[in-house]
Structure formats: structure tokens, C-alpha cells
Design a protein around this ligand. Structure first.
Ligand code: NAD
Length: 253
């Protein structure tokens, strides 16, 4: 028996990085997975590699109608919904003086509104079927100030507090739905690669991301996926409204 045997999971942004690693690990642990992503080409490929245990649904997490399609497709393919990983997110490397209102709104629409919509639709569906687990990808940027990425930091801070609010709401209502947030530091994924390339001094940035943590390296997507399996499984049945940090020791300072 796998740790997620026969559970049905929706993983947003599952075509790349942490979401893709989670989809692979979830299937190994016995889950059936809906990979949702705005990137159709990579999303289809990621789902195809997992055979009958996965499907792909094209999805912009910031668009409410898209969530309706994801819920329908999940029910149709696997007949239930137990786990939601609100993983899709993005940032723009701009500080408070550089960022425009349009860029601010765009980052929040995906990274915070997308998680809000996910929680809303998951609570609605899971309360009818006996419960479930929602795991929201925040960041250490949701715990500490990040002057170089203002909109990313505020949206991840919002994800942290949304998580606690949803957890307490579901507990109070007796829904048996848990909700937790995960807070990684730099993890070796295409997102960080893009951030390095877009920074004014990529060499300096590359050195920075590799040496910031006391453990003197970046994290791996699989290392985050282990935490996501734990929070999604019944092993964490008494864990809700909390924040789990995976940062090589950065926030211990
Ligand atoms: P990634 O860029 O490798 O993958 C993100 C995926 O989200 C991509 O497949 C992308 O197509 C998809 N996506 C983007 N906008 C979308 C939208 N509107 N709707 C649906 N899908 C969309 O990123 P990653 O590094 O794997 O990050 C995953 C999550 O972890 C993000 O929320 C990120 O903020 C968070 N995180 C990452 C790091 C890191 O260092 N990599 C650190 C802390 C937190």
C-alpha cells in the first residue's frame, strides 16, 4: 500500500519543477493525479509519463471558470477529490519603486487569487465527500521581507494567512478538511533558473542562490515533494493551519 493509496489529487502547475516532482511521487505512493497547468505542451507530457494514473487539464488558476472545468474533469476521470496542491505561482523581480500596478495585480492574480479559488472550490467539493487535505505552496518570502520581489512576497504572505483561515473555518464547521502551507527557500527548478537569467547580474545571482542557505546548496524539488506527501496523507491527520519550512536552515538565523 502506498502512502496516498487510492487518493485523488489535483496539482496545479504540475507541468514543471516542484509540481511535476510531486505528481511523480504521488503516483508512486498510489495516488491518481490531475496535473493542471497553463502550459499545455509540458503538462500533457508530464501526465503522459505517468500512464493511466494521471490526466492533464489546461488551467489558468486565476480564472474561475477554469476551476469549474478542473473539478468536472477530476470527478469524471477519477470519481472523487481528496487532495489539492495549490502549487502554481510566479514572481517578478522588481522592488516597490520599479513594479507597476499592472505587474503587482498580475502576480497576485496567479499566486494569491489562484490559491484562493483553489481553496474555495476544494472546500465546496471535499465537504460533500468526507474531507481532504489542501496544501498551499507559499515560500520563505511569505515569512520574511523580500524587497527585491515585492509582489511575490506579499502574495506568499497572503497565502500563509489564507491557509490558516481556511484551516480554522473547516475545523469549526467539522468538515474534516485540513489546510497547511509549505515554505521553501531556493529550490532548483525552472523558476529559479529564469530568475537567475533575468537578474541584472546572473553570475552573482547564481552564486547567491547556491550559497544563501547554511547547508550551502539549493534544495531539490523531490525534497519538497516528500513534505507534500506527508501533508497530503493521513499521516498528518492532526496537522492543520500550520506552516512547514524547508529552507536549508535560512530562517534559523
Ligand atoms: P516552476 O516555474 O518550475 O513551475 C510552476 C508551474 O506553474 C509552471 O509549469 C507554470 O506553467 C505553471 N503556471 C504558471 N502560471 C500559471 C497559471 N496562471 N495557471 C496555472 N499554472 C500556471 O516553479 P516551481 O519552482 O516549481 O514553483 C512551484 C511553487 O513553489 C510556486 O508557487 C513557487 O512560488 C513556490 N516556490 C518555489 C521556490 C523555488 O525556489 N523554486 C521557492 C519557494 C516557493
Amino acid at each position: 500500500m502506498g502512502r496516498l493509496q487510492d487518493k485523488v489529487a489535483v496539482i496545479t502547475g504540475g507541468a514543471s519543477g516542484i509540481g511535476k516532482a510531486a505528481a511523480q511521487m504521488f503516483v508512486k505512493e498510489g495516488a491518481q493525479v490531475v496535473i493542471s497547468d497553463i502550459d499545455t505542451r509540458r503538462g500533457k507530457k508530464a501526465a503522459a509519463a505517468l500512464g493511466d494514473s494521471a490526466i492533464f487539464v489546461e488551467h489558468n488558476v486565476a480564472v474561475e471558470e477554469d476551476w469549474e472545468r478542473v473539478v468536472e474533469a477530476t470527478q469524471e476521470a477519477f470519481g472523487g477529490w481528496d487532495i489539492l496542491l495549490n502549487n502554481a505561482g510566479l514572481g517578478i523581480l522588481k522592488d516597490i519603486e520599479e513594479v507597476s500596478l499592472e505587474e503587482w495585480r498580475f502576480v497576485h492574480s496567479v499566486t494569491l487569487d489562484g490559491v484562493f479559488l483553489g481553496c474555495k472550490y476544494a472546500v465546496q467539493a471535499m465537504k460533500e465527500t468526507g474531507g481532504g487535505s489542501i496544501v498551499n505552496l507559499s515560500s520563505i518570502a511569505g515569512l520574511r521581507g523580500t524587497p527585491e520581489m515585492v509582489a511575490y512576497g506579499t502574495s506568499k504572505g497572503g497565502v500563509r494567512m489564507l491557509t490558516k483561515t481556511v484551516a480554522l473555518h473547516c475545523a469549526r464547521k467539522g468538515y474534516n478538511i485540513r489546510c497547511n502551507s509549505v515554505h521553501p527557500s531556493f529550490i532548483d527548478t525552472p523558476m529559479v533558473e529564469k530568475m537567475i537569467m533575468m537578474s541584472p547580474d546572473p553570475d552573482k545571482m547564481e552564486k547567491f542562490v547556491h550559497t544563501l542557505a547554511p547547508l550551502r546548496r539549493m534544495g531539490e524539488a523531490e525534497e519538497v515533494a516528500y513534505m507534500l506527501v506527508y501533508l497530503s496523507s493521513d499521516e498528518s491527520a492532526f496537522v492543520t493551519g500550520t506552516e512547514m519550512i524547508i529552507d536549508g536552515g535560512i530562517t534559523a538565523r
